[in-house]
Design a protein around this ligand. Sequence first.
Ligand code: FEO
Length: 395
Amino acid sequence: MAAMQIKEGIVWVGAIDWDRRLFDELIPLPDGTSYNSYIVRGADKTALIDTVDPTKTGELLDNLQEAGVTRIDFIVSQHAEQDHSGSIPEMLEIFPEAVVVTNDKCQAMLRDLLPIPESRFRVVADGETLDLGGRTLEFILMPWVHWPETMVTYLREDRVLFSCDFLGAHLAQCRPVLCDECRTLEAAKRYFAEIMMPFRPLIRKHLEKLQGMAIDTIAPSHGVVYPRPAFIFDAYRDWAAEATKNVAVIPFVSMHGSTREMVEHLTGALIRQGVCVVPCNLVQTDIGELAKELVDASTVVLATPTVLGGAHPAAAYAAFLVNALRPKLKFAAIIGSFGWGGRMVESLVASLGNVKVELLEPVLAKGAPAEKDFQALDNLAAAIAAKHRGLGVLS
Ligand code: FEO
């Protein structure tokens, strides 16, 4: 790997995880990821902003060597999750003069997770500053992006915001600075959906707070550095807003084709109604893709056959995710096929307690869908279109 200068005195020394394909044993990483770590040099002191995943400590050390770093005074730990903090214990051994600068909540979590003695911490409060000699780090608490202890760091003189997980993206690329806007935006949206979406009200507050600051560069701890902050701020404002778009997402699973036939019919009917529809086959679609599609959606239609009296486990998992990620959906419906009864609708509805949606009339077919079921699906498509018109997202 290679250390790369972001600006004079600010060097990216992180690690790129090109072939990591799963994060937290949950989140698919089709584009790999990076753990961004930055050296900031003042006239008197040197700070390291975040470390890297412990599997990549060797790369961090190589990059520090390449950057000519022989002394680190401060290791700023913005977030206790181990993909940014996991190398701290080894760094403290190698740089015995270094202290970990963090807030009190993060300190407590770091001590729960990692073997770091209390004597190696320097606890800072919201708004506190640290002078490196001609360069000032200001620490700003930014809870719930996505843990309660997270803070960001503002380098005043250079107007750089080190934003940790906030505004990041799971993206491996050889240059640390934004170069492909489309690819980055897709990765950032997927990341927002998977990690930030449940915290939209707080994210809006954080965006407002940052809007009042002079920021020229955003340097997150995953993905790429943004030399034009409006690129990611505008996207986040859109994603975090409560307004939805003319989008209906259909997460579906089908065992013998009946539910699939219903999904295909509903998809066509929605297209004819002018609704942007995204069917997601749960057997093939990774959950990050489904989460990304839910960011803008007004409506979700869960489609499943009945299995052992309830929903197919893949559909139950999708409902669990929708409930956990709390997208800004306004409407939900359930469709599917059954053989001899069951409580599929009730079980899925019970799984969606966190999502404040209006439930539309379900459509259930006994066995293969018949003409009356297709008519009911046409009616559902018309109802969804009418609801979208009511929201003002479909003319
Ligand atoms: Fe990238 Fe929440 O750690």
